[in-house]
Design a protein around this ligand. Sequence first.
Ligand code: ADP
Ligand code: MG
Length: 247
Amino acid sequence: MSAPFIEEHLRALRLPTMLNQYKRLAQGMEERITYLGDLAALEMEKRHENGVRKRIVTAKFPVIKTLESFDFSQQPALPRRQFSDLLDSHFIEQRQNVIFIGPTGVGKTHLLSVIGVAACTNGHRVLFTTAAELLMSLITAKREDRLKQRLAAIDRYAFVIIDELGYIPFEREATNLLYQVISSRYERGSVGITTNLAFPDWTQVFPDDTAASAVVDRLVHHAVIFELTGDSYRLRSRKKGGNPPKG
Ligand code: ADP
Ligand code: MG
């Protein structure tokens, strides 16, 4: 006699006394067990929801983009299956990276955000930042002699999304800092990147080829890479005379 999952739930909720005593206090009355089982299941559900919400807020997504609002017909060459596979977040457990390459407005940030929100739902700590914002925060931390703490704080996220890498060229100091983030996560945490640069062009934004290839090597070693093409979605929608769909 026991409601499904009741013991699993009480254990997960860290209620050891209830777990040990519930059967005794039920005195053989099935409905008491069912009642407790229902309560425990509700508590589990609520805590999960709160956790997901908290992780999404903490991640600091600029806007929440959904899978449903993405028009995949605009990206016919995108391997749908490979993309959908990332929504179970196993790539994070496998410390893989995800990279979206392509021109402006084709949906790189949208799709990577969808993967990020899914990761939050699956219980992973996620951080969304732009390359410029990340480097600014690292440079400031370094000046204030708290770079180590800043890097450690970044390390605590299971999935760090760095949006818009390559839009501004890097100085040597910034390159070193970015390299520290990438190399400290290498095989220990996942990184998500959106960039307008094909890999051969990364040398343009780094002060030298060695720095560029050091970063690229570590990023792509265990990475799922998507190349998006086409015109900007917003511009295209405008040209058609309509407003782009919301979301
Ligand atoms: P990128 O990061 O490649 O510059 P974004 O992901 O920011 O592009 O996309 C620009 C805008 O167009 C966003 O509001 C995004 O939601 C929307 N968008 C881009 N591609 C699509 C698409 N295929 N379906 C729906 N919305 C799209
Ligand atoms: Mg973008």
